[in-house]
Design a protein. Structure first.
Length: 414
């Protein structure tokens, strides 16, 4: 319960009344000349609201500081009692950080996967480089066949509901027989030639991923514009020069292996640190504060929205079930919050700090990911309080790295 002395309330009422008095327009009086009592009469509710918004958070913060409470989220104020010449009282409901005894976090045992890179891994990476270096050449001497890329424009209508707007696309690319394509659609393009138009029906199953088409039969009119085939370059010195700074295929192979080894090492270490954190979560039994869980869910949805927008898609027009994603993500969010609180306690115990340079580096990485300038992103994060979140995340990561360095790692054999 928060209780604000009557004298403090009276002084605040006078202060707010004078602020209103200077600008208030009351019939028969110029601004600043109406009596305070008349101003309070005309603007009673507005003045009371200003007083409450000014005093309640201030006194709440004072009580929190006096009792050394670690509040998370925003408090909820209720049972407000505000009478003339009486103390202002209200009840505050809020969450605090859970108290738990920090257990041992050094010397944890775990098995770690081998971090070696084999020749097959290098060969696969080189094949992927070849695929990315592939070109598309126009096919003019034959009709479309499997594995061709057919450029089309099409219009489709639901055979059972002609009143709906048609499905339309221009300059769409269809990989004939390609993985993930709709077989009933692509098979109707086999044998087609540039300039040819074809009409056909495509029945979509009830469980089709695109909900707007699931269970429907669409009649399409497709016009073929051109046909292209993918040409993958041979694995040789010329490829090495075109995709890297290497002069020979042998040098490229060495470069690729080095990159894979670094990536594999990071992957193995990250997997190990995840398992170590799971051990700590199992050893510390406490409930994650709901406010922090909700904030974690908000951040996850914000990341998904950013990813969708990066693809040039308006999130409001997608068929994503945001509520379902939020609910399905809750167990993971609760786990993440518990892990974060444990790592935060370890950071405090170890005196781990994060420099301004480290924060700037994280901002640069995040800006590149979001396609923003570092300066603009940092300004926005500072305004929204996001820099503290970034700093806390880096601090926790350093704590996790400390746990890994001090763990008893048993490396699995090949």
């Amino acid at each position: 319960m928060i209780e604000i002395p009557a004298e403090v309330v009276r002084q605040e009422v006078e202060k707010v009344t004078n602020q209103f008095r200077r600008v208030a327009r009351i019939p028969g009086f110029r601004p600043g000349h109406a009596r305070p009592a008349l101003v309070r009469q005309h603007f009673r509710n507005d003045i009371r609201n200003e007083v409450v918004q000014s005093l309640v958070p201030k006194f709440f913060s004072s009580v929190v500081k006096e009792q050394n409470l670690s509040v998370v989220g925003h408090p909820h104020f209720e049972d407000l009692k505000f009478e003339d010449d009486q103390p202002l009282t209200c009840r505050a409901t809020f969450e605090i950080l859970p108290e738990f005894e920090l257990g041992e976090y050094k010397g944890l045992e775990m098995e770690e996967e081998p971090d070696t890179v084999g020749d097959a891994d290098v060969d696969q990476a080189l094949d992927e480089l070849r695929e990315r270096a592939a070109t598309f050449e126009v096919v003019a001497d034959r009709p479309a066949a499997d594995d061709d890329y057919v450029y089309v424009s099409y219009q489709g209508r639901d055979v059972n509901d002609n009143s709906k707007a048609p499905i339309e696309a221009r300059d769409a690319v269809v990989h004939v027989g390609g993985k993930g394509t709709v077989t009933a659609f692509t098979e109707n393009l086999r044998g087609a030639k540039p300039g040819e138009a074809r009409e056909f029906e495509v029945p979509y199953p009830e469980d089709f991923t695109q909900k707007s088409l699931a269970g429907k039969t669409i009649r399409y009119r497709v016009e073929v514009q051109s046909i292209k085939q993918k040409v993958v370059p041979p694995l040789d010195d010329e490829l090495a020069k075109s995709v890297s700074e290497s002069e020979t295929l042998a040098d490229l192979r060495t470069e690729v292996r080095t990159g894979l080894e670094k990536a594999r090492k990071r992957q193995v270490e990250n997997a190990a640190m995840k398992k170590l954190l799971e051990q700590l979560q199992a050893r510390h039994d406490f409930v994650a504060p709901e406010a922090l869980v909700e904030a974690q869910l908000d951040r996850k949805l914000e990341r998904i929205v950013a990813q969708v927008m990066a693809q040039g898609i308006d999130p409001r027009t997608t068929e994503i079930d945001w509520r379902k994603i939020r609910e399905e993500s809750r167990p993971e969010a609760e786990k993440d919050v518990r892990g974060s609180l444990i790592l935060s306690r370890i950071s405090e115990a170890e005196g781990i700090e994060v420099s301004d340079e480290e924060v700037d580096e994280m901002v640069r990485d995040l800006a590149a990911e979001r396609r923003e300038t570092p300066a603009a992103l940092k300004t926005r994060l500072t305004r929204e309080g996001g820099l503290d979140t970034i700093k806390s995340a880096r601090r926790n990561q350093k704590a996790l790295e400390l746990i890994y360095r001090n763990a008893k790692i048993i490396r699995k054999s090949e």
